[in-house]
Design a protein around this ligand. Structure first.
Ligand code: F6P
Length: 545
């Protein structure tokens, strides 16, 4: 099987050879309709992929790959509730969480929509009651601060969405996210809070994750010290698939919101994990967020590959990674509200497609998921874009930008857009030596000065990017954007023939941390397996005061 995929991916080689003999600048000059040929839209999102090193033949070859790898068939298997997460024997049904149609979706012969709607209704009720003050704290006060304690998918999704939808949050509600086991995180959060008006939401699919449970216990102690034991049930809610463990922690049944093992952590923002978001933006906005994702799902499930945004985005990613050998992908939102979107996609993509064995357990003979990183524009321009423009590696970029901002500051938004469009053009077209020399000569420089300076001012160009342009970052558009990337990850995973829905790679570090913990606690235990860890432990005890 691995061999077959390798062969399929190698079918890109002749196209790469042809593309390397030309440049995007040339292709734009030769084809005035290039933008029209290589752009498409759905759910209010335009995808311009014309600034990639592709031509029609390369795209056709990529669509052939999608067909050969049976992307559609696998997509249907996911929708049908088959256990496509084979190493955990689980279905992958995050699409059902935002589905609002009449299909009777099932997992293991059990209807799942009634369960989903039941939990959604509970979220609606609870979030409304917190917002209106119908549910109050142990001192009878309205909650002003909500602290979500979770990590990974139980943190990054709600955190990113809360930041993204800040314009929809009323100023009398403060949302806080604590994830790191580093005591600084919870300490710095709590020091500004009034226990009497603070609600904690413990978000953990498993309810055993060490970081989350450590933070949850610290929060509980902090609350008990201030308000006494009886206050716990009023100040804590939980989101988990492990109801028993929530009970044991002391959280009352009415405040435990469930979800299911067929929702992966990094795909869980649409489940009750979205509770802090629903509290923050109100349930109607949360519903709009879900509906945006549902619209993208519908598009993904019905549009032909040639018009299918997630399929195209995935194929471009495959082309960049496996055709052109680019190993990274920068996510650069020109949208301050999306400042945590790169971090969110990092988990979504890298935890899903950072695999080296295929579905049958064989070592893959090709590269899989790329390294995802990013930062909001224009900040990145003054930090790492130097390397994007003149470094030795080509870093494929996804630019994201809204046509309209929420703020009435047009002079800011015009500049933001101009910068975004300028960056993709600069990366694509570059500036060659003769253009640089001409420019320097016009500025009155001597030949000698030009000779010294010119090579440093050359931009090779031919650097690739996608641009995603949407009307405004409202809840619906955000839902569509996230679902778009979820499906990009899925399609790429199918083409790589890997399981995008497990994450065994995070386990070894967790296990070792457990073994090393006693060695950190007590010097006499310091017996590691290698001289480096032992050396670090020894040095640690020398420094420890
Ligand atoms: O360690 C990785 C991981 O399992 C992620 O996949 C998950 O999102 C995160 O930990 C948190 O897990 P939980 O929600 O069970 O606490």
């Amino acid at each position: 099987m691995a061999f077959e995929r390798k062969t399929i991916l190698e079918s890109l080689h002749p196209h790469v050879k042809r593309i390397r003999a030309t440049s995007m600048r040339k292709m734009f000059e030769e084809n005035p309709a290039r933008f029209a040929d290589f752009s498409t839209s759905a759910c209010g999102i335009l995808l311009d992929y014309s600034k990639n090193q592709i031509d029609k033949k390369a795209m056709d070859a990529l669509f052939d790959i999608a067909r050969a790898c049976e992307v559609e068939k696998n997509r249907n298997k996911m929708w049908a509730g088959e256990a496509i997460n084979i190493t955990e024997n689980r279905a992958v049904m995050h699409m059902a969480l935002r589905y609002d149609g009449d299909e009777n979706l099932q997992v293991n012969g059990e209807e799942i929509m009634p369960k989903i709607r039941h939990e959604l209704n509970r979220i609606e009720q609870y979030s409304n009651q917190i917002r209106t003050g119908e549910i109050v704290s142990s001192s009878g006060e309205k909650f002003t601060d909500i602290v979500n304690i979770g990590i990974g998918g139980s943190d990054l999704g709600p955190l990113m969405v809360t930041k993204a939808l800040e314009p929809y949050i009323s100023p009398d509600l403060q949302l806080h996210y604590v994830s790191n086991v580093d005591g600084a995180h919870i300490h710095d959060c709590l020091k500004r809070l009034n226990p009497k008006t603070t609600l904690f939401i413990i978000a953990s699919k498993t309810f055993v994750t060490d970081e989350t449970m450590t933070n949850a216990k610290t929060a509980k102690n902090w609350l008990i010290t201030a308000l006494g034991k009886d206050a716990v049930s009023k100040h804590f809610a939980a989101i988990s698939t492990n109801i028993e463990a929530c009970n044991e922690f002391g959280i009352t049944k009415s405040k435990i919101f469930g979800f299911w093992d067929w929702v992966g952590g990094r795909y869980s923002i649409w489940s009750t994990i979205g509770l802090p978001v629903a509290i923050a933006i109100g349930f109607n906005n949360f519903k709009a967020f879900l509906s945006g994702a549902a619209q993208m799902d519908e598009h993904f499930r019905t549009a032909p590959p040639e018009k299918n945004l997630p399929v195209i985005l995935a194929l471009i990613a495959i082309w960049n990674r496996n055709g052109l050998n680019f190993s990274t992908n920068a996510i650069l939102p020109y949208d301050q509200h999306l400042s945590r979107f790169p971090a969110y996609l990092q988990q979504l993509d890298m935890e899903s497609n950072g695999k080296s064995v295929d579905i049958s357990g064989y070592r893959v003979g090709y590269d899989t998921g790329a390294v995802i990183f990013g930062e909001a524009g224009t900040n990145g321009q003054h930090a790492f874009y130097q390397l994007l423009h003149q470094g030795t590696d080509i870093i494929p970029v996804d630019f994201l930008v809204a046509a309209n901002s929420h703020e009435n500051l047009p002079q800011h938004h015009e500049k933001l857009l101009a910068n975004c469009f300028a960056q993709s053009e600069a990366l694509m077209s570059g500036k060659n030596l003769s253009e640089v020399i001409e420019e320097l000569a016009l500025s009155g420089m001597s030949n000698e000065e030009i000779k010294t300076l010119a090579p440093h001012k050359v931009f090779e160009g031919n650097r690739v990017s996608n641009t995603l342009l949407y009307k405004k970052l409202d809840p619906k558009t955000l839902g569509s954007l996230i679902a778009l990337y979820e499906h990009r990850v899925f399609v790429a995973g199918i083409i790589y023939n890997i399981n995008s829905f497990d994450q065994w790679g995070v386990e070894l570090g967790k296990q070792l941390a457990k073994k090393i913990l006693p060695m950190v606690k007590e010097e006499k235990h310091k017996k590691g397996k290698n001289s480096s860890t032992n050396g670090l432990l020894e040095y640690f005890f020398r420094l420890k005061s």
